[in-house]
Design a binder for this molecule. Structure first.
Ligand code: IMP
Length: 184
């Protein structure tokens, strides 16, 4: 988790408005429904993807099941350790299922790479990834993401599930948190 002095709401600058998020999720859902004619098993990556997964699920057609997994992406402090720790595993097996991992943001790509490895080892029939946000310039490992909501610049963002020190997850829009930089 990133640590820095508390930032007041005045330090927030809207980057992606709520209406734009919902319009984009509608398009992603159309593509996911089209690619999964037999239904889809969503794996929501806690905590950041909870809002995205909830809205995405509501827009999907066909049979949808959901499960949740939790990881810690970074070590302590503001530097990326590159190590990912599984905090909560899935409740049900995914062997033979059509799985879509739902992530909030792909930054270095280390978390998603780890998750894809963990889930692929469990022999799903298909395995794809959906992320609301992607910061391509920050990537340290190439990772396939079939469904990307928005590509953004290297700014630290909060809202719509994303946090800073556990705050701001409730914001309906994506906002830049001024004075906070991505972990190095
Ligand atoms: P990665 O392993 O570097 O791709 O990191 C992915 C995780 O880092 C995300 O699931 C978030 O929890 C966190 N993260 C990366 N960038 C941001 C950001 O701008 N705001 C909030 N969390 C972020």
């Amino acid at each position: 988790m990133l640590l820095s002095p508390p930032v007041t709401p005045q330090g927030l600058q809207t980057l992606i408005a709520s209406e734009d998020i919902h319009a984009r999720i509608g398009s992603l859902a159309t593509a996911i429904s089209r690619d999964h004619p037999d239904g889809v098993h969503l794996v929501c990556v806690l905590k950041g993807a909870f809002m995205f997964a909830a809205d995405l699920a509501r827009c999907l057609t066909g049979r949808v099941t959901m499960d949740f997994i939790a990881v810690s992406s970074y070590g302590t402090g503001s530097s990326s350790s590159g190590e990912v720790q599984l905090l909560k595993d899935l409740d049900v097996a995914i062997a033979g299922r059509d799985v879509v991992i739902v992530e909030d943001i792909v930054d270095t790509g280390l978390t998603l790479t780890y998750l894809l490895g963990v889930l692929r080892a469990r022999a799903p029939r298909t395995l794809r990834a959906a992320c609301l946000l992607s910061k391509p310039t920050r990537r340290v490992v190439a990772v396939p993401v079939e469904y990307v909501g928005f590509e953004i610049e290297d700014r630290f963002v909060v809202g719509y599930g994303l946090d800073h020190a556990e705050a701001y997850r409730n914001l309906p829009a994506i906002a830049v948190l001024e004075g906070v930089v991505s972990p190095t």
